[in-house]
Design a protein around this ligand. Structure first.
Ligand SMILES: [Zn+2]
Length: 1009
């Protein structure tokens, strides 16, 4: 037989493009449209329904960037559309809407939401789902469309600066033209035929040309084209479907890969749109989801963020009620159990815990659902602390697909056990389709099978389907595809089910999964550890203030009978957790988002400071004694941990003097030599007497790097940043200063149009040198690093993460090591060789690099680089411009415990208060290696005291937690403060002894009598 494959495939393309689209609607008729353009920000539906509308003629322009217009649509079905008083068989009525869509990408352009005149929601309107159903049996109908003129900030992803991300600069010209709002008579047979063709064609393209199945499908499609008459598609579509029936009913092979398809809409909680738009995106997407559930009973939709459902409950209560009903039927599936899908590198340990506490509590209280699976498809890497945190929240499974974005190395597993810093494991799955926005195409399903790395041992993968990022979710076309793919020869089988059902199956079919130990590092988006410093600093500051607010408010409740500000503290947590979303904390949102976040963070800061001040005033009473409120887990100036007391005066010498070479700052613990350029040439602790700075090198060197990532501007630092760098060593002034209990050296520098003032500060009795950088930053596409070479021989370094630390290599032996050239650290980095180490603590910095170099070819030293600021131009062209204050502390002669303490001290600076008397701690913890993460009252409002501790040094600790109040017997609980069933060494009234393993986390609930 002659080979006409390409000819026939070309004929099919032409048929699909030219014949089918025009035949979908048998008849069309424009409807009457009136418009009301909202002045300013969006309004509630009640206000929009009552507005004054004016008649408009389609087509008409509308929509300045970020504006909202409402359209009132009215009309009746023409009598001639009826046959014997009914619509023709195989048809249904709907309204086809074109708001001026360009391309077919939902969520990144104009979007609509249809409402009935009573204010109830119908569904979202976007490309690929641009229809509104016409109620069955109705001749006349009226509805409203809330149309959002969201601009396409991303454009073609050129990552060039755009004014669209800020209302101030986005412009006022209409972006869109309404092209069509027509009543249409949909031919359901033609529509079904189109779905048959789409699935078969997609499958065919993936099949081997040498195989029979591909040709069987090709011939069926060819026969279909033969019988469908372009001049009478409606009359011949059914015959066309008959020709395809055989190819569609040929069942899947017994060995076929099994896909569990989960409906989903990844909705970025803020990104290229502001938070307020996300609320509407959720309303559109969820309204569409519940509407489709009525039509497709098998449909399951997984929804991951409590915050998004919280908004729906507040702003769209009727929709929330429908969602509740669909949760009860099992169709709407709350997953993930977190407040948002957060960044998982940068949030502190307590924040990660609260993501789960607030998220799971919302799902439990609103829906009675206790999510078992973490659902973070799009987050930029996952710290090695996550498995334990998930297990402590009662979670069993973990899902992401983001690691498929790795630039260098491919992860060896699809399904595996992921092991964290403490040894906790969670069963983890990377959807092998490598997407969370599948449309169940032949190409995606074939990729899911090809890319599945457990073949022969396991056979199931999860495929999230539905438009995402900007919302949209599954379409009726995707559900039609799923039904055709249940068992289809040549394709993986597709079954719609819940994530839970998938994980149950995947875990059961995989007896001994492989184990991956340590972080899931994303080999991309490393700049997100540094971009938008103010957003990150606000996060860190409020995390620390929350710890203090809860501690002092709980102490005041116990000691002084003060009322505990549950609601204010919860609201503060909600804001902090929201801002940890995976495009906010990473600094990858538009200007509008980061401006709002900075304002909201400042509000939270004020609230927390007020709570702290009120609690401390209630505790220490009136008076003028100078006291210190110590929220740290170790003594501060002699004041007990978690207590308020009179500080002991610091002792010892203190000096700053000018020498020929520069300056020397010293106290009884350390001696710092600084040259005329303001660089640290010598750093010694008096205990070891050892020099921390390698001979001939200098620390405290500011390096300005060219920072021009190939793609993702705010997201990426590409490794080539290292190749173009210069030290900022020009100096404007350098001057020593003296205070009663500190000596300082102030160094002012200018470069370009920016300036930096550095204050090196050595306090009496301190073991570390503090460095405060005040930077007026006006650079573009530059990365500013502060570099410290350290004279230690070290293969690895420690970086703090949630509830512990991780070690990473200083060398680049393997491609995996080399790819980790910019990494996350929380409050400290520690480099050491046996017997000696140096800690560098930070107050608001996450991005670090630690490298090593050889001296004289005989020995190695280590260089720590701290990433202070970047200046990307997309999506926020003004990112990071302006003033920043960034603090560090360097401690020579430091062990891990010192590093933990330096990091804590810098983040919980000494809090001085005036009051009448000291306050004894309500809780004491017996082991110096055990840190207190939280002291608070129980989430349930019952008044129990909850204490969370963790072993912070990677060692073992037998620790006793003691309550200094009338207490019942403490219990070990999970993060949600439910009995954990874990064993304790001993307990009695107000006292519990725990045996903690390395980095083990424990939450203790202490009843108050
Ligand atoms: Zn995302």
């Amino acid at each position: 037989m002659h080979d006409d494959r390409q000819l026939t495939e070309g004929r099919l393309t032409r048929f699909i493009d030219d014949v089918l689209p025009g035949a979908l609607y048998r008849r069309r008729k424009p409807l009457q449209v009136q418009a009301w353009h909202v002045p300013g920000e969006p309004v509630p539906v009640s206000k929009a329904l009552a507005a004054e509308y004016r008649a408009v003629e389609v087509p008409f322009p509308w929509g300045a960037p970020w504006s909202t217009s409402w359209f009132r649509v009215r009309g009746s079905v023409p009598p001639e559309w009826f046959e014997d008083g009914r619509l023709p068989a195989g048809t249904r009525l709907e309204v086809a809407v074109d708001l001026g869509f360009y391309g077919d990408r939902p969520g990144f352009q104009a979007e609509g939401l249809a409402f009935l005149p009573d204010g109830s929601l119908v569904k979202g309107i976007a490309p690929r789902s641009a229809y509104v159903p016409w109620p069955e049996g109705r001749r006349d109908h009226e509805f409203f469309i809330e149309a959002a003129a969201n601009p396409d900030v991303a454009g073609e992803y050129t990552f060039r600066p755009t004014p669209l991300g800020d209302r101030e600069t986005a412009g006022a010209e209409p972006l869109y033209t309404v092209r069509q709002i027509d009543l249409g008579l949909l031919d359901t047979t033609v529509w079904e035929l189109a779905q048959d063709i789409w699935t078969l064609r997609g499958l065919m393209a993936e099949l081997p040309i040498e195989g029979s199945r591909r040709w069987q499908i090709l011939r069926a499609l060819e026969r279909m084209i033969d019988v469908v008459d372009p001049d009478d598609v409606a009359g011949t579509a059914a015959r066309g479907r008959e020709e395809l029936a055989g190819a569609l009913s040929s069942p899947a092979a017994a060995s076929a890969h099994r896909v569990v398809a989960v409906g989903h809409a990844h909705i970025d909680t803020a990104w290229l749109w502001p938070l307020r738009e996300t609320i509407r995106k959720c309303a559109r997407t969820f309204a569409s989801a519940v509407a489709l559930m009525d039509e497709y009973p098998e449909y399951r939709f997984a929804c991951s963020s409590a915050q998004q459902l919280f908004w729906i409950k507040r702003d769209y209560p009727a929709l929330f009620q429908r969602i509740r009903e669909k949760v009860a039927t099992g169709q709407f599936v709350p997953v993930g159990g977190m407040w948002v899908e957060p960044d998982m590198n940068m949030p502190g340990g307590e924040s990660m815990a609260r993501q789960l506490v607030l998220g799971k509590r919302f799902f439990l209280e609103e829906f009675g659902v206790d999510s078992q699976e973490a659902w973070v498809p799009d987050t930029f890497g996952y710290s090695a602390a996550i498995p334990q945190i998930l297990r402590e929240a009662g979670m069993r499974w973990f899902m992401t697909q983001k690691i498929s974005w790795n630039q260098t190395n491919e992860m060896p597993h699809t399904s595996f056990l992921w092991e964290g810093i403490d040894g906790s494991q969670v069963f983890t799955h990377f959807p092998s389709a490598d997407t969370y926005i599948s449309e169940l195409s032949g190409a995606e399903l074939a990729h899911a099978e090809r890319n599945f790395k457990e073949k022969g041992t396991a056979g199931s993968s999860l495929v999230p389907f539905g438009w995402g990022d900007g919302g949209g979710g599954p379409t009726r076309e995707m559900l039609a595809a799923a039904s055709r793919l249940r068992s289809l020869d040549g394709s993986p089988t597709v079954e719609i089910d819940s994530p839970e059902a998938f994980f149950e199956r995947a875990e059961a079919e995989y007896g001994e999964p492989p184990v991956w130990v340590g972080e899931l590092y994303l080999e991309l988006h490393r700049g997100s550890l540094t971009s938008q410093h103010r957003t990150k600093q606000g996060n860190r500051r409020n995390e620390n203030l929350l710890l203090e607010a809860e501690l002092w408010a709980a102490t005041a409740a116990v000691r002084a009978g003060a009322s505990y500000p549950y609601r204010e503290i919860e609201a503060a947590w909600q804001t902090v957790l929201l801002h940890q979303f995976h495009d906010i904390l990473p600094g990858t949102s538009i200007a509008w988002v980061h401006q709002e976040v900075e304002e909201a963070n400042a509000d939270v800061e004020r609230t927390l400071e007020r709570i702290i001040a009120a609690a401390l005033a209630a505790l220490s009473g009136p008076g003028e004694r100078e006291l210190v409120a110590n929220a740290r887990s170790f003594p501060d100036a002699g004041v007990l941990p978690l207590g308020v007391g009179e500080p002991a005066p610091a002792g010892g010498e203190l000096d700053v003097r000018e020498t020929e070479a520069g300056f020397v700052l010293s106290n009884s613990h350390i001696v710092v030599g600084v040259d005329q350029l303001g660089h640290i040439t010598s750093l010694r602790d008096t205990t070891s007497g050892r020099e921390a700075i390698p001979a001939g090198e200098s620390g405290n060197v500011l390096m300005l790097h060219r920072d021009t990532p190939n793609l993702w501007d705010a997201w990426d630092v590409d490794v080539h940043y290292r190749r173009a760098a210069r030290p900022i060593d020009g100096i404007e002034s350098i001057a020593a200063g003296r205070e009663p209990d500190a000596v300082t050296l102030t160094i002012r520098r200018r470069f370009g149009t920016s300036s930096i003032s550095q204050v090196l500060r050595l306090e009496r009795g301190a073991g570390s040198l503090a460095i405060e950088n005040t930077i007026d930053w006006k650079e573009k596409h530059k990365l500013l690093k502060l570099v410290f070479p350290i004279d230690v021989h070290a293969d690895r370094f420690a970086a703090e993460t949630q509830f512990g630390h991780v070690f990473r290599p200083t060398h680049v032996n393997t491609s995996w090591d080399a790819a980790r050239f910019e990494v996350s650290a929380h409050r400290w980095i520690h480099v050491a060789e046996p017997g000696y180490g140096v800690a560098i603590a930070n107050e608001s910095t996450y991005g670090h690099d630690v490298t090593r170099h050889t001296v004289d070819g005989r020995r190695t030293v280590v260089a720590v680089g701290l990433s202070l600021l970047r200046s990307p131009e997309f999506p926020d062209p003004g990112a990071d411009q302006g003033e920043h204050v960034i603090r560090f502390a360097v401690r020579p002669g430091a062990g891990i415990r010192d590093a933990v303490r330096e990091g804590t001290a810098l983040n919980l600076p000494r809090r001085r208060v005036r009051g009448g008397h000291p306050v004894a701690p309500v809780i004491s913890v017996s082991h110096p290696g055990v840190s207190v993460s939280s002291v608070k009252l129980a989430e349930d409002g019952g008044g129990d005291v909850v204490v969370r501790v963790y072993e912070s040094e990677g060692a073992r600790a037998e620790v006793t937690v003691t309550a200094d109040f009338d207490a019942g017997t403490p219990r070990l609980v999970d993060l949600l403060e439910r009995d954990s069933g874990r064993e304790t060494v001993a307990f009695g009234p107000g006292r519990i002894t725990l045996s903690l393993g390395p980095f083990q986390l424990a939450t203790v609930r202490i009843p108050r009598l």
